[in-house]
Design a protein around this ligand. Sequence first.
Ligand code: HEC
Ligand code: HEC
Length: 289
Amino acid sequence: MAEREIDETSGVETTGHAWDGIKELNNPLPRWWLIIFWICVVWSVIYWVLMPSWPGLTGHFAGVRGHSERKNVAAAVAALEAERQERMARLLSVESIDAVEQDPQLLEFALNAGASLFGDNCATCHGAGGQGAKGYPALVDDDWIWGGSLADIRRTLQFGVRSGHPEARLNVMQAYGDLGVLSGSEIGDLAEYVRSFSGNSASPEAISRARPLYETHCVSCHGAEGRGDQALGAPNLSDAIWLYGGERADVAQTLRDGRGGVMPAWTGRMSEEQITALAVYVHSLGGGE
Ligand code: HEC
Ligand code: HEC
């Protein structure tokens, strides 16, 4: 064993290690460092005992507290599910939008559930924000083909439009041209006349030729002034909002070929509670009545 060697300059014992003549002093560790070190040692022993720690052959020591992050998550999910069930059940019994709006928590819940259902099921046709597209009605405005009350919207969602469901909403805009009911020039006149309902200019001759045709063929569904009828699902022709385009050629095509957009039925594919949540969401998009 080497002699103990004291460094002359500092008076501290050396470890005996030397590199290129530089000697390592054997200073004690700083006190603060040692204190933290021992706290860590004690803490880790306590932690081993309390929390899941030692691995074993068939599992692990679960710790005195039996803590399990997995169990906590499962419990949180179950609690959320129970709360959701309770709210869903309450939603099912609401009849009007007022009843939902009086309960801000229920409203928020319905809007959240509705928004995510909308993104998954409806956005493909109606657009991400319900803004619609040609042939797919906008749901953000107050122009409703089938009515914009909560009950109307819910019914549209349940059974759809021309969906094939026995209770589907149903009405026909028939192909007046293709069926030979109206001639090409009559269709041209009618297109001009119908466009004049929303303020487009039209020749007086076309209007006078079209008026009797409109009386005969169109009034029963669209009404004398073209205001439409929500009970029949006949769109308003006087509000400058067009499902199939409002150019003369678009309107003429509607008259010639007919139209019949299909909105799927959701009963059976979604729970009635989900349908109500969606109806609340759609109602909130801007045009609910
Ligand atoms: C396959 C395309 C398609 C999908 C998917 C679809 N819709 Fe529709 N939806 C339509 C069409 C087309 C109409 C117009 C029916 C008509 O001409 O009367 C419509 C009409 C509606 C109406 C009635 C609008 C009015 O003015 O009265 C509502 C409300 C509606 N959809 C909501 C929804 C919701 C909510 C979903 C998701 C669950 C959805 N739609 C999914 C195509 C679709
Ligand atoms: C039996 C009822 C019925 C009759 C009669 C009828 N329509 Fe329609 N019309 C509809 C329905 C329903 C739609 C909507 C079709 C759809 O949503 O797909 C429609 C849609 C339209 C549209 C498209 C509106 C838009 O926003 O794009 C025009 C234009 C129109 N009808 C004009 C007429 C004219 C003109 C006549 C007379 C020649 C007529 N309709 C007769 C039921 C009718």
